[in-house]
Design a protein. Structure first.
Lengths: 113, 114
């Protein structure tokens, strides 16, 4: 079945360590996104990419980095510069046409100790 | 940029009662509108969407929503809720001119009381 796979589901890290969250899709979607979700704040856009080897900052990109070397993959690295990294991270994808809704992965919960 | 307002952060409702979750957006330009549902520790699942045509949109699990352009609203309704409807609901807007930019509300937590 087609879909978006995020891994790991749960991740614990010590403060000051970089962590990378994986996102893979087999929907043949052009666009991919990373959102951060905190209680009571909804979804905030971190980065998005519309084509391979190109990506744009979202509203809260500081302390995060991404790459898009393949159409199917859009990993997110949470760096030690991110001041409050504990959160639920959601990856999504969509077709580029203007009628495309977002399809979401199951999310990754990062806890920094 | 758009802003999306979900007027109620928490909505408790008794089982089999009707419910309405409210959503307003800021811009009057042409938009696409979406409602998503999220169960604990899961991703978001599309409930329904409005792209064009009839202003009354029917979705999964018996939900429907009505697009009101003059009031810039897209309220979600269900005539009779079930325990399984307990979840977080998000309204989202996408400008037609920038189809890949999505704006989300802060969510409404629906709790169905037995």
């Amino acid at each position: 079945d087609g879909g978006i796979t995020q891994s790991p589901k749960y991740l614990f890290r010590k403060e000051g360590q970089n962590v990378t969250l994986s996102c893979e899709q087999n929907l043949n979607h052009d666009a991919m996104y990373w959102y951060r979700q905190d209680p009571g704040q909804g979804l905030r856009l971190i980065y998005y990419s519309q084509i391979v080897n190109d990506f744009q900052k979202g509203d809260i990109a500081e302390g995060y980095s991404v790459s898009r070397e393949k159409k199917e993959s859009f990993p997110l690295t949470v760096t030690s510069a991110q001041k409050n990294p504990t959160a639920f991270y959601l990856c999504a994808s969509s077709v580029l046409a203007n009628t495309g809704e977002l399809f979401f992965g199951e999310g990754s919960r990062l806890t920094v100790l | 940029a758009q802003s999306v307002t979900q007027l109620d952060s928490q909505v408790p409702v008794f089982e089999e009662a009707p419910v309405e979750l409210r959503c307003n957006y800021s811009s009057s330009v042409s938009v696409y509108l979406f409602w998503y549902v999220q169960y604990p520790n899961q991703g978001l699942q599309l409930l329904l969407k409005y792209l064009s045509g009839s202003t009354l949109v029917k979705g999964i699990n018996g939900f429907e929503a009505e697009f009101n352009k003059s009031q810039t609203s897209f309220h979600l309704r269900k005539p009779s809720v079930h325990i399984s409807d307990t979840a977080e609901y998000f309204c989202a807007v996408s400008d037609r001119g920038t189809g890949n930019q999505f704006y989300f509300g802060t969510g409404t937590s629906l709790t169905v009381i037995p």
